[in-house]
Write a protein that binds this ligand. Structure first.
Ligand SMILES: [Zn+2]
Length: 89
């Protein structure tokens, strides 16, 4: 857990994040949703904001991913407002 991550965390976010991971355990056997080639470690342990932070913590824009894939696509809690991740356009 980085300092940036811990500083950006809120109670609500931790709750939402836990729900996304739990639901992924049930529906996807807890596996990473991104499965990036040569990067993915398989097991989802983090939650990625697919549309960036401006969409907030809406579960529709959250995805359970492994740490390696999450780092590869971006830092979810530190995305500047308005930035979109080109991977998802
Ligand atoms: Zn992965």
């Amino acid at each position: 857990v980085s300092k940036a991550w811990a500083g950006g965390s809120t109670y609500q976010w931790r709750k939402t994040r836990a729900q996304v991971l739990l639901s992924n355990e049930v529906s996807n056997k807890g596996l990473c949703r991104l499965q990036l080639p040569e990067v993915c470690t398989g097991k989802a342990t983090q939650v990625h904001h697919t549309r960036g932070k401006e969409f907030g913590d809406d579960p529709a824009y959250l995805m359970a991913v492994c740490r390696a894939c999450n780092l590869k696509v971006g830092k979810p809690m530190t995305d500047p407002p308005g930035q979109r991740l080109s991977h998802w356009d």
